[in-house]
Design a binder for this molecule. Structure first.
Ligand SMILES: *Cc1c(COP(=O)(O)O)cnc(C)c1O
Length: 373
């Protein structure tokens, strides 16, 4: 709070020194050479597609089990998103499905660390290298997650993060791109500032007024007071991640013995960031399905969610790209069964216990039995 107020009283509200400080701290945290702050996670994805020169005729492979912005970023650049199905146990982009969707026109793969679990980056990097396509991680859910000991952020050519209010750390709205490639980082820095060769802060530092526009960019800047908030949030990230993991362990042990109620699997060697806690509800085994459990929780004042409607089922994609049911059967089947339970670090032990009891009751377990459908 104090840090934000200090910036508000300073000479620089935007394109000032706090942006670089936040970028440096973020890059140091994830262990990359570069980090570029932008106005939101969608802008981060757009910037990644721009930096990789995705354009008309280019295909980019994306999973359907994600927020629409992952695929939309490809469309912003007039590229074609190609949906590859997910693994049935983790709902992460399945490397063999990626392989099956590669064509001469494939330019990049965007992997999504769904729910906070890193994808199989070793397999995805091997595919990307073999076919000479770029690998992008939409790591909006996965800041602080690790795959085989290595932090998300440095596992793909470019990794994008969202700093929206619901994400692990926030600047209200905000985004970040991390990479070890200085050339890509430079392209993204210009892209976020209209395509200008120098921004306001750089001109002031150089004592020069000149800049020119070589490419078409946008105004995707993040302000200095947001970056001050980001720095303070980043310093608390590890504590919050520990709390998220603790809550997940309590959910895991409560639901382990319930037939028909299945938390998503965690891959071996993964350290999960636990952005979402997703359960799958098997209507045949439980006698109730996602709709009834969602409604029962809602009646108790507990807000669950569904992440996500598979992107290829949205009317925009059906109409523009001819996508539809049957294209990604694993994601489509999962969509009918998934429910995201409340998960945030400020939840108390009592909050968690209340959610567990409400889910058990909705499934006909515990003291209160469920009274039919
Ligand atoms: C939140 C999110 C985004 C978009 O981030 P914004 O900051 O809201 O623009 C993109 N991809 C995924 C997977 C997300 O969860």
């Amino acid at each position: 709070m104090l840090a934000v107020v200090k910036v508000l009283q300073s000479d620089w509200l935007t394109t000032g020194p706090m942006v670089e400080r936040f970028e440096r701290a973020f890059a140091d945290y994830v262990g990359t050479a570069e980090a570029v702050a932008v106005s939101n996670g969608t802008a981060a994805l757009h910037a990644a597609m721009f930096a990789l020169a995705v354009g008309p005729g280019d295909e980019v492979i994306v999973p359907p089990m994600t927020f629409a912005a992952t695929a939309n970023a490809v469309v912003f650049q007039r590229g074609t998103p190609v949906f590859a199905d997910v693994d049935p146990e983790t709902l992460l982009l399945a490397p063999e499905q990626v392989e099956a969707r590669l064509t001469e026109r494939t330019r990049a793969i965007i992997a999504v660390d769904y729910a906070g679990q890193p994808c199989d980056y070793e397999a995805l990097r091997a595919i990307a290298r073999r076919h000479r396509v770029a690998l992008v991680a939409d790591a909006s859910h996965a800041l602080g997650a690790r795959d085989a000991g290595r932090l998300v952020g440095g596992l793909a050519d470019l990794s994008t993060f969202s700093l929206h209010a619901v994400k692990t750390i926030t600047t209200g709205e905000g985004g970040m791109i991390t990479t070890d490639d200085a050339g890509l980082a430079g392209r993204i820095q210009r892209f976020r500032n209209h395509g200008f060769t120098r921004d306001h802060g750089q001109r002031a530092a150089a004592g020069a007024w000149f800049y020119e526009m070589r490419e078409l960019g946008y105004n995707y800047r993040l302000t200095d007071f947001q970056c001050a908030l980001g720095l303070s949030q980043l310093s608390r990230l590890d504590v919050w991640l520990d709390r998220r993991r603790e809550i997940a362990r309590r959910y895991d042990s409560a639901f382990a013995a319930v037939p028909g109620l299945r938390p998503l699997a965690t891959r071996a060697g993964v350290t999960h960031a636990r952005h979402l806690y997703v359960i799958r509800l098997d209507r045949e085994l439980l006698g109730v399905g996602r709709a009834e459990v969602f409604d029962a929780l809602h009646r108790e004042g507990i807000e669950a969610g569904v992440h996500f409607i598979p992107v290829h089922l949205h009317p925009f994609y059906r109409e523009r790209f001819g996508t539809g049911p049957g294209m990604c059967p694993v994601a489509e089947a999962a969509y009918e069964e998934i429910l995201s339970l409340p998960m945030f670090p400020a939840m108390t032990g009592r909050d968690v216990a209340r959610v567990i009891r409400a889910v058990q009751a909705a499934c006909g377990l515990g003291q209160r039995s469920f009274q039919g459908t």
